[in-house]
Design a protein around this ligand. Structure first.
Ligand code: IYR
Length: 225
């Protein structure tokens, strides 16, 4: 078994209690201003912004540090069109009867439907894949651990990075998402996890009021003192 080797912690900053509180409030304000967007502008976004946000997501903690994720960033109009066609086909089946009445009821206040024009309008789609096998370095073929947790955390960090950079996102999960494996030319050992739609919000973008209802700190937490 490989023995651990250690190096000094770098990059950590300690703050006074006051400053820590200010910083925490600042982060809350930034994250609380994020909204899921469904009306996107077609204004291009430079590749380096997307690349940097993916790099930020790639710093996420993961099971055994295997980093079991792969991000396919697509700006190519033909590939976006293929994804839209495939997603809309799945969504038509979903809204036309595959989804339970309870599920459709839950979606009612969001106003979603099978039309997904944003899959072509938005300048970038980022397909996130979860790797069943891998390892700490590319090309390894070891078992990965806590895959869903790891990729979920990385996706959260990706959303945070994109929002902080000034971009709008939609976390899209056409079900089933198998078509992404073929279109993105990824191996069968990877599972499509989520499709992020990324770009500037359209000038006249709206959000459903339903999305503004947030549970209070009392509702979402318990403190045992
Ligand atoms: N994938 C469908 C349905 C959908 C499901 C959930 I849960 C949402 O929060 C939103 C939509 C669609 O994209 O329309």
């Amino acid at each position: 078994m490989k023995q651990p080797e250690y190096t000094s912690l770098t990059g950590y900053s300690e703050y006074s209690e006051d400053e820590m509180f200010m910083r925490a409030q600042g982060v809350l304000q930034v994250l609380n201003s994020r909204r899921t967007i469904r009306d996107f502008s077609d204004t291009p976004v430079p590749q380096k912004i997307i690349e940097t946000c993916i790099a930020a997501a790639g710093t996420a903690p993961s099971g055994a540090n295997h980093q079991p994720w792969h991000f396919v960033a697509i700006s190519n109009p033909e590939i976006k069109r293929k994804i839209r066609m495939a997603a809309e086909e799945e969504e038509k089946a979903f809204y036309a009867g595959k989804a339970s009445d309870e599920w459709l009821d839950a979606l009612g206040p969001l106003g979603t439907d099978p039309d997904k024009p944003f899959l072509e309008t938005a300048p970038w789609l980022i397909a996130v894949f979860a790797q069943r096998r891998g390892g700490v370095e590319v090309g390894m073929d070891k078992k990965n651990y806590y895959i869903t947790e790891s990729v979920g955390i990385a996706t959260g960090m990706l959303i945070t990075a994109l929002h902080s950079a000034g971009l709008g996102t939609l976390t899209h999960t056409p079900a089933p998402m198998g078509f992404l494996t073929d279109i993105c030319e990824r191996p069968k050992t990877e599972k499509p996890f989520v499709l992020m739609v990324v770009g500037y919000p359209a000038k006249n973008a709206t959000v459903p009021k339903h999305a503004l209802i947030k549970k209070s700190i009392q509702d979402i937490s318990t403190f045992k003192l």
